[in-house]
Design a protein. Structure first.
Length: 97
């Protein structure tokens, strides 16, 4: 298991809510089956505070997928997005006229 912590900063800090920081700690855990992402203070319904990962990247049935639990009160993922149309191999050539 690989673990990583990064801090990202708000690039447009004009709209930071009262009490919010301009930076966000992000926890990332990965192994050969998934990459899991947990912004500090965020989680998902089935996990205790501080241990849930509301963002997951996995490969399933040959497809790379992004799975998101955008509502901590909902058990099932709110979005499952296949990234197959984002493959570089499916890019259409454009002509500049």
């Amino acid at each position: 298991m690989t673990k990583l912590e990064v801090t990202i900063k708000d690039w447009d800090n004009h709209e930071i809510r009262d009490g919010e920081s301009e930076s966000q700690l992000i926890h990332i855990e990965a192994d050969e089956e998934f990459v899991a992402i947990r912004p500090e203070g965020y989680g998902e319904a089935s996990a205790a505070d501080g241990s849930g990962f509301p963002i997951l990247i996995e490969k399933r049935d040959g497809e790379l997928r992004l799975i998101v639990w955008a509502d901590i009160n909902q058990q099932d993922p709110t979005q499952i997005i296949t990234l197959e149309s984002a493959r570089e191999s499916v890019r259409k050539e454009t002509t500049n006229e």
